[in-house]
Design a binder for this molecule. Structure first.
Ligand SMILES: Nc1ncnc2c1ncn2[C@@H]1O[C@H](COP(=O)(O)OP(=O)(O)OP(=O)(O)O)[C@@H](O)[C@H]1O
Ligand SMILES: Nc1ccn([C@@H]2O[C@H](COP(=O)(O)O)[C@@H](O)[C@H]2O)c(=O)n1
Length: 212
């Protein structure tokens, strides 16, 4: 059987992680949330008391233990913001590249979600999804998630952070978030989680059938 590589890209809180995890379960494939790699670099920069805006400082923090990726602190909004600062440095991206490519190209295939999976990490992916939702809807979902975890932050602040992160991730020179030519758009704004996952499977199956 041919390997199945599924690339899931999209902006912050669009639902790409939720969809990628469900696809991995559905197809019995390993999953990598590549945002966690950048969040781990950001956390390491912070622990080492270095400056995330300085490329050399951020590169020095790319050598982190795998266990760091399991830290709940990585999931905070602040760490998402710092991750988007360190991720703009080309040398940080280069330091994390092979690890992601190796994961994508393991026997059988894999599901990866992030910003540059379909464009840089696995341009040869079997199926590429670009998941999006309006900034307002993404902010409401992320706000509900954060308050559910006991972190008290206003909806306005979450929306402002999402807009700032979009601008940084789409505006940077190194591997910006863009729609790959052959990516399939999946707008989750008015879809439930279940409906989004169903649609994602349908899109992947359509692409597989075209390639059979
Ligand atoms: N279709 C949906 N309807 C309602 N809530 C959703 C939907 N999809 C995802 N969510 C919720 O929205 C929040 C963000 O989803 P998720 O973490 O999957 O986004 P993401 O794009 O992976 O975010 P990030 O870029 O920050 O990693 C989560 O709380 C998730 O449960
Ligand atoms: N492939 C990727 C994945 C993530 N980033 C950057 O990390 C930040 C945090 O990612 P989340 O998916 O956990 O929100 C994100 O804002 C990006 O700046 C990336 O550049 N490439």
């Amino acid at each position: 059987m041919t390997d199945l590589i599924i690339a899931v890209d999209g902006p912050a809180a669009s639902g790409k992680g939720t969809i990628a995890r469900a696809l991995a379960r559905h197809y019995g494939l390993p999953h990598l949330d590549t945002g966690l790699l950048y969040r781990a670099v950001a956390a390491n920069v912070t622990m080492l008391e270095l400056d995330p805006a300085q490329e050399a400082d951020a590169v020095a923090a790319t050598d982190f233990p795998d266990s760091l990726m399991d830290e709940p602190a990585l999931r905070s909004d602040e760490m998402g913001k710092r991750a988007s600062i360190v991720s703009a440095h080309p040398l940080v991206r280069a330091a994390l590249l092979q690890r992601q490519r190796k994961f994508a190209h393991q026997p059988g295939g894999a599901v990866l979600d992030g910003r540059d999976i379909g464009t840089v990490i696995a341009p040869d992916a079997t199926a590429k999804l670009f998941v999006r939702a309006t900034p307002g809807i993404r902010a409401k979902r992320r706000h509900a998630e954060l308050t559910g975890r006991g972190s008290f932050v206003s909806l306005d602040k979450v929306l402002a952070d999402i807009r700032a992160r979009d601008a940084r991730d789409m505006g940077r020179e190194a591997a910006p978030l863009v729609l790959a030519n052959d990516a399939m758009l999946l707008d989750t704004s008015f879809l439930s989680i279940e409906a989004s996952v169903e649609k994602a499977i349908e899109l992947v199956e359509g692409r597989r059938a075209e390639q059979a």
